[in-house]
Write a protein that binds this ligand. Sequence first.
Ligand code: PMV
Length: 325
Amino acid sequence: MKQKITVSAPGKLMLLGEHAVVYNRPCLVTAVNQRLTLIAQVIDKPLFQLEAPDAGVTNYSKPLFEIGQGDIPKGAKFVEIATLNFTKKHRIKQGIKIKTTSDFSPLFGFGSSSASTVCILKALSELFKVKLSNRQIFELAFKTVLDIQGTGSGFDVAAATFGGTLYYSKAGKKTIKPLNLKSLPLIIAYSGIKADTVTLVKEVATKAKRYPEIIDNIYNQIATLVNIGEKALVKNDLQTAGELMNFDEGYLAALGVGSKKLADMIYSAREAGAYGAKLSGAGLGDCMIALASNDKIQAVKEAITKTGGKIVEVKVNASGVRVEK
Ligand code: PMV
């Protein structure tokens, strides 16, 4: 049996469809080439040990039989509960030492929690010779996220597992469809503000209780633009894709998850000639994205920087979870 393994999974960016995807509408998500790396090692003592310095966790150690119990630091939750779900299901009794490092700041909203959840499940399946397909990793990782957060669409887990650019919906049997893209010249910028996804999802839910027909209609409009957006991206029709981003941004503002800072960045991108721009993820903070033709990219980046946005240089359409060594 292998004693030590290194795996990695990509971060993600939502292209179209956030919030509505929680309510069974589709979304488009792409994996980014900044990755979370996890090293897992079987140890003699029956302990669960974790180092996740990027998530503020150092020297974390507890007996195996106590995993999932007591006060779990925020930065340890996803790896610990995923380990609990895996070891319970597959009756693993050996100790394990884990270390995670990330290419990206956990502030960006690239999905470090879901990437670490997917990584630990992949690592444990390899170490303990439990054959898991990507679909099975996705399902167990999504269960883990729901165990912890109680809410979420799983789009981030799908991106970390499968990589590429996906059409995703959690409705019914869940749709995870890879898109074959020629290019996706996305400009990404960080707003400097950390978004709190769980709180924002709850706020939108509260609004939906007060205005059910309005919000439901917004979700349906978002679903429509996601479906048109899928076709546009596959045809490399970036102009349409950008315009759909602008529609989506309008709907997200109507849901109440926009912010002045993001709006400034988004408008500056549009004014500099981007086809379109929108927030990406839960809203109020994290990153915004813009689509522009090659000759406009530099001007768009400069315009966003002038409004205080920080350009994040990443490539999209990156590969999903994989064994590194
Ligand atoms: O901020 P992020 O990257 O976790 O994105 C949130 C997207 C939501 O649709 C608001 C939530 C979800 O789980 O889909």
